[in-house]
Design a protein around this ligand. Structure first.
Ligand code: GCO
Ligand code: MG
Length: 403
């Protein structure tokens, strides 16, 4: 007899970072979890799940992953969007977790088995200036990382993107976003100096990456890409706004620096032109924000046909659950490129347990049945939700800019 879903709970917790997790339980005693974290808009997804999806899940056969995906996607009528696709992803990943546990297999086996034993990952090195960025690179190298994203503060600006000012709390509740400032010409002067210094100190072999966070025009991005060509970046990420496909077409003609984009995408349709016209080298859409394993598998397959590789988003707001799912996916996906890995806050390990691990520059999926990540609901309750926002950014004259 088919198993059925008997319980579905949304767990919102903030162990140093807000995380939203969906837990499903079945009549046969299995359970599975999926990540539903949408940084800065967490409660919208929690409500979407609790108020609209959970009631539909009770009684469904957990084995019918594809049908459930189509039911939630087509059934909503209002397709796509980060809230909808994150909610669908949470259900999808929890169902894959359950199916793999029911089979007694690590999830990558269900996807088609291992294409590799471990996944190359990159982490972040940020410094308030070039000298501090080089120190941060050295620290990460000593921890075993072989690939490092390097960002440095731009002279005259308050902060490096994504990095809070000294003394500013990372997890105090907020009623409004922090504000950063931005100066494109100053940034375009700094970036080649930064990577010249990185190559000078660490030599040609270190794998280096850089993220421009959607702040440039195609022409500015082309100047940046060209000025970085001598330093052989693994990729330049999010140089122009992700949704401006014509901008990518222009940029692609103007630089040979490899290009990555997609952390803000939530469906294959966001990436279709970029992939099929081969305007990018790496697609960053990850499981939690792009409809789960069921949908990201379609994106990865389209990418494989066009010689585009994966490079999934893995900042600290990508919960340990998505990291587990992404590493099982990465174990299988033939066109794997790299996995981002910025460590989670220390308290996250009180709430989640995970079977994946890092050693010597690589991430390992683990061999436990399912995706290998669990949540302790009692520990989660010790860390109530705190309203937090992603930063916003303004030009020096006050104009709102991309962050
Ligand atoms: C990255 C990202 C992050 C995001 C953050 C959004 O490449 O890791 O750009 O810094 O901004 O994860 O929630
Ligand atoms: Mg990024």
């Amino acid at each position: 007899m088919a198993d059925r879903i008997t319980a579905a709970r949304v767990i919102v917790t903030s162990p140093g970072q807000n995380y939203v997790t969906l837990k499903l339980e079945t009549a046969s005693g299995l359970s599975g979890i999926g990540d539903a974290t949408l940084n800065g808009r967490e409660l919208a997804v929690a409500s979407y799940l609790e108020d609209h999806i959970v009631p539909m899940l009770i009684g469904r056969d957990p084995a019918r992953i594809e049908d459930t995906w189509q039911y939630l996607y087509k059934g909503a009528y209002w397709r796509r969007g980060p809230v909808t696709m994150t909610a669908i992803a949470a259900v999808d990943v929890a169902l894959w977790d359950i199916k793999a546990k029911a089979a007694g297999m690590p999830l990558y086996q269900l996807l088609g088995g291992a294409s590799r034993e471990h996944m190359l990952c990159y982490t972040h090195a940020d410094g308030t200036d070039i000298a501090h960025a080089l120190e941060a690179v050295e620290t990460k190298r000593q921890r075993g990382f072989r690939a490092i994203r390097v960002q440095a503060g731009v002279p005259g600006l308050k902060r490096i993107y994504g990095v809070h000012a000294p003394g500013e709390s990372h997890d105090a509740p907020q009623d409004a976003p922090s504000e950063g400032d931005w100066d494109t010409p100053a940034y375009l002067r700094l970036a080649p100096q930064l990577f010249a210094a990185v190559r000078d100190r660490f030599g040609p072999e270190l794998t280096v990456l850089h993220d421009a966070h959607h702040r440039l025009s195609p022409n500015e991005a082309a100047q940046l890409g060209r000025s970085l060509e001598p330093y052989g970046l693994f990729w330049l990420e999010d140089s122009v706004p992700a949704e401006d496909q014509a901008a990518w077409r222009r940029l692609r003609q103007m630089t040979t620096t490899p290009l990555a984009v997609g952390e803000v995408f939530n469906s294959i349709w966001d990436a279709q032109t970029l992939i099929t016209e081969r305007l990018i080298d790496y697609i960053r859409s990850t499981i939690v924000h792009a409809g789960g394993i069921t949908h990201v598998r379609r994106i990865a397959d389209l990418a494989a046909l066009h010689n585009v590789r994966t490079g999934f988003h893995g900042a600290a707001d990508i919960s340990p659950v998505t990291m587990g799912a992404a590493l099982h996916f990465g174990r299988w996906v033939p066109n794997f490129g790299i996995q981002e890995y910025a460590a989670h806050p220390a308290q996250a390990s009180e709430v989640f347990t995970w079977d994946w691990s890092f050693a010597d520059g690589y991430l390992h999926s683990g061999e436990a049945p399912g995706h290998g990540v669990t949540i302790d609901e009692t520990a989660a309750a010790r860390y109530p939700y705190k309203r937090r926002y992603l930063d916003v950014n303004r030009l020096k004259d006050g104009t709102m800019w991309d962050w």
